[in-house]
Ligand binder design. Structure first.
Ligand code: ZN
Length: 408
């Protein structure tokens, strides 16, 4: 990809994505195959006035080896210096820029049970640190092609051509046009209009129907709003865009209140493996039955990861004719695929969607009805003929989606 275009992308990530402020620290998390983009981002961070940029490098290959070769005990032992790092992060609250380039099959051959056991031990230790910084710092996730990811998406092309093609798709969906920053201002305005419309109703529940067998109801908490596009940090109110791209209007549903069956319309990449053609049946808000043509065991593991893993943390609306779906590309990556279709997420909910959430402790928000879990896994259920209807607490019936697209 041309350096001038990548420069624009880096600028968009730093300004519109993380919105790095003068004097702030930044942490960039990326795989070793992204040196060029990372350096452009670091340059832009300093241009924006960053104090210091830390880069944390990772590697799919080394991760795979570590998870296969090291013992569960070694992999779940968190040394004091790592806890100190968490404390330091919470004290300094750096902006975090995640560059997603992983191979969708990165953890192939790794025992999923082993991964689940490690997470069961490490999650409770790291969770209090994450809860403490929740909503307080700017972060953004963006995509960049690696060879393995590009070959997964375009298996028929040479690695070089596949990477170029995936770059084109990523940059198009991230709206890297002549003036990407302005394009995002306009896009955010449109998303804001839609979420405002949704917020003008007090929905009791939404009903989903599709010819593929989806027939599902999910309930909403009072005083919890829909959001889209950018958001503000708690305390200093800095506006940032956590996902580039984003096409969704989303909210968090009421924990324990969902009924019926949803059928997947795209494969799901979880823990470096794919789950395909699956359906999930909910009762009292819990996933009580799952079936999958591929990856059924993995799906079962996923929903039993912890108490909240079988309950929903997100409900998101994305039109079937979204720019990402219209590329016709299956990205095998949630950041992109979730923005191509209506989806739900199992696990962690977004507590900052409650009105005046700053007045409540994290635990109070969980008690109110937000789901809490170590996972947050989006899965796609949007289809060409999906209808979604909202039923309000004061008896109104509101068409939200008709034939896969916005009804308003
Ligand atoms: Zn989402």
């Amino acid at each position: 990809m041309k350096k001038s275009v990548l420069k624009k992308y880096a600028e968009l990530i730093v300004k519109t994505g993380a919105n790095v402020q003068k004097g702030q620290d930044v942490m960039v998390v990326a795989n070793v195959d992204q040196e060029e983009l990372v350096n452009l981002i670091v340059v832009q961070c300093y241009k924006a006035g960053a104090n210091y940029v830390t880069v944390r490098w990772g590697s799919d290959k080394v991760n795979n080896t570590q998870y296969r070769k090291a013992s569960i005990k070694a992999l779940s032992d968190i040394p004091e210096w790592r806890l100190e790092r968490e404390r330091f992060i919470n004290k300094t609250l750096p902006c975090v820029i995640f560059i997603e380039s992983s191979d969708p099959d990165a953890l192939k051959g790794v025992n999923q049970e082993k991964l689940a056991k490690i997470s069961k031990i490490t999650h409770p230790i790291l969770k209090p640190f994450r809860d403490e910084r929740e909503n307080k710092y700017q972060w953004v996730i963006v995509g960049a092609p690696s060879k393995a990811w590009a070959k997964k998406v375009f298996p028929e092309l040479s690695p070089k051509k596949a990477i170029e093609k995936l770059w084109e798709a990523i940059l198009a969906t991230a709206r890297v046009t002549d003036d990407p920053i302005k394009a995002w201002e306009e896009h955010n305005k449109d998303l804001d209009k839609r979420s405002r419309y949704l917020n003008s109703f007090d929905f009791d529940y939404l009903q989903y129907e599709s010819s593929n067998g989806t027939n599902f109801k999910v309930w909403m908490m009072p005083g919890v709003s829909w959001a889209a596009g950018g958001e503000y940090t708690k305390g200093n109110h800095i506006y940032y865009n956590p996902n580039l791209p984003t096409e969704e209007c989303f909210t968090s549903p009421w924990k324990g209140k969902a009924e019926g069956k949803v059928v997947s319309t795209k494969p799901l990449s979880y823990n470096g493996e794919l789950i395909e053609d699956f359906e999930i049946t909910f009762k009292n808000g819990k996933a009580v039955e799952v079936k999958a043509r591929k990856g059924e065991e993995l799906l079962k593991h996923m929903i039993s990861q912890d108490e909240g893993a079988c309950m929903l943390g997100e409900v998101a609306l994305v039109p079937y004719d979204s720019p990402i779906n219209n590329t016709g590309i299956l990205f095998y990556n949630t950041l992109f695929d979730e923005n191509a279709a209506c989806h739900l997420a199992l696990g962690h909910a977004f507590t900052n969607l409650r009105k005046d959430y700053e007045k409540y402790s994290y635990q109070e928000l969980i008690d109110y009805g937000f789901n809490d879990s170590s996972i947050h896994v989006d899965f796609m259920i949007g289809s060409k003929d999906m209808n979604i209807t909202g039923y309000t607490r004061d008896g109104k019936v509101v068409p939200i989606f008709r034939n896969g697209n916005w009804a308003f």
